[in-house]
Design a protein around this ligand. Structure first.
Ligand SMILES: [Zn+2]
Ligand SMILES: [Zn+2]
Length: 272
């Protein structure tokens, strides 16, 4: 396997811990001392909430690639759908954390709603920051530089000291929207700026995923993730399964009350 788990890597151990427990598993008291609150797990990512040293009191999440991928320079254009998924999952999880922090706020009350409205996308970009810290810079409280992971947090970063802020400064920070836009710009030969105002291309996860030479030879690399990147399909359905969290199976027998999945059940919170 190209990116096999590395012994001693803290991120690899978080991924394997997330794999060994089922979603919704109650806290094991023996693990209570040193635990990470796993918010999300799928074939590509394991997301946990940074509870020991968050940069924001409203929420700080770490999106860990399940593979021991060394850096963003390992990514190619065929990984664009993976990056779009990372961004959407992070938005949804940060929205749910924000809702927990301020229960009466309504804009994030429906984290299950697909990101289809431009105004919603714009508002989340003003509320959250999602991106990568590029080596040799690092978050000095989470000093992992050789296992690719994204940081996401709710603004303002009220718990970030000045020294730690270096890793989150423009010098070191690679915003996920900028990364997506730059890869698209390189492959699609379009000027695709990122910014506060989303463009139609932002709603097409596979845009720019294929690359090739002017004489029609395709040079697309194999993707890292396990997402079905059938780029011939064109625009992805916003309600496609890859954008939705694993929902617990709902059993509806005669006489039983149909259960409505709530945000809590759809985004399993478990501790490992
Ligand atoms: Zn690792
Ligand atoms: Zn980091």
């Amino acid at each position: 396997m190209a990116f096999a788990p590395k012994p001693g890597c803290p991120m690899c151990s978080i991924v394997s811990a997330g794999n060994s427990s089922a979603p919704g598993t109650p806290n094991s008291p023996t693990n209570a001392a040193k635990q990470n609150e796993i918010l999300w797990r799928d074939d590509n990512f394991t997301v946990y909430r940074e509870t020991a040293c968050p940069v924001s009191s409203k929420g700080h999440i770490i999106v860990v690639f399940n593979l021991h991928v060394p850096s963003i320079y390992t990514l190619s254009s065929s990984d664009l759908p993976l990056l779009v998924t990372l961004r959407d999952v992070s938005h949804r999880l940060l929205s749910s954390l924000q809702t927990q922090a301020t229960p009466l706020s309504s804009p994030a009350a429906h984290p299950q709603r697909p990101l289809t409205s431009a105004s919603r996308l714009r508002s989340t970009r003003e509320t959250f920051r999602i991106g990568f810290i590029t080596p040799p810079f690092r978050d000095n409280k989470i000093p992992v530089t050789d296992h690719l992971h994204a940081h996401g947090y709710v603004l303002p970063a009220d718990l970030m000291g000045w020294w730690r802020a270096v890793g989150y400064s423009p010098m070191a920070w690679y915003d996920i929207d900028d990364l997506i836009a730059e890869i698209r710009e390189e492959t699609s030969n379009n000027r695709v700026r990122s910014g506060v105002n989303p463009r139609p291309i932002d709603f097409v996860p596979g845009a720019g995923a294929r690359r090739g030479t002017a004489d029609g030879i395709e040079t697309t690399d194999a993707p890292l993730g396990v997402i079905d990147t059938d780029v011939e399909q064109g625009e992805a359905n916003p309600t496609s399964p890859m954008l939705l969290p694993p929902t617990p199976t709902t059993v509806r027998g005669p006489g039983s009350t149909p259960t409505t999945p709530t945000a809590d059940s759809a985004i399993p919170h478990l501790r490992v």
